[in-house]
Design a protein around this ligand. Sequence first.
Ligand SMILES: [Zn+2]
Ligand SMILES: [Zn+2]
Ligand SMILES: [Zn+2]
Length: 234
Amino acid sequence: MSSRVGTAAEATASFACAGECVDPPLTGIDSGVWHAVERIHPPRMTGGPDRGVAVCGRAVMVAAKFGPFDRERFPDRTCHACTWVVAIRAGAVGQEIARLTGGASEPVLAVRVAAAIVAAQSQPGTDDELDHPRTVALLAAVSAHAPTPLISPECGDGGCEHPPRVPCPAVVVACLACSQRCGGWAGEGEGTCMPECTITAPCEVLRALAAHYRIACTDTGEAPDRPGLPGDRS
Ligand SMILES: [Zn+2]
Ligand SMILES: [Zn+2]
Ligand SMILES: [Zn+2]
């Protein structure tokens, strides 16, 4: 499978009919995580019309009322593996890699690692397709551990000290997967990083991948000059 950037028309065509008729994936959910559900005719899943198989392999409930899978609909709770499989099928790998910058303008470690995984898997003579579960698992790990800019706890509580009408600036770049995040007990703060355990990016997962692909880490870990997400970091 090619890693080049494709057009919407190509994306539609690639879903059209490859041997058996496969429509664009539907939206599915399992344990609060949104997935892309295979729409294969005839359906292979037993157990009722609401059950389906996600493109990542999970058995999920089909949420047909949401229509086709859209990685933008629930960005914080969407399966990374499904997102990559859909991007690979649509020839949109370049766009997916470009989302890993965490607001930085230069290609951060997550971007370079993801590009290296795609490049290694796109070599002539490579046994596996780019959408092989092993490759998708590595790309999904990069997405999960990609840098996320966070704002200060003061900004998070609405006590901004910067000029009004300016977006809250990022104060740190964190790995959300490695950081401990507040649960429902935090009310509006649910999902924000706990100050006791906010892990800066790039985390050890990205560093391990970078070492394997012989990529030097030049990331400073400094916050990009861009707005951040509520982080509750002190
Ligand atoms: Zn999935
Ligand atoms: Zn991490
Ligand atoms: Zn602010």
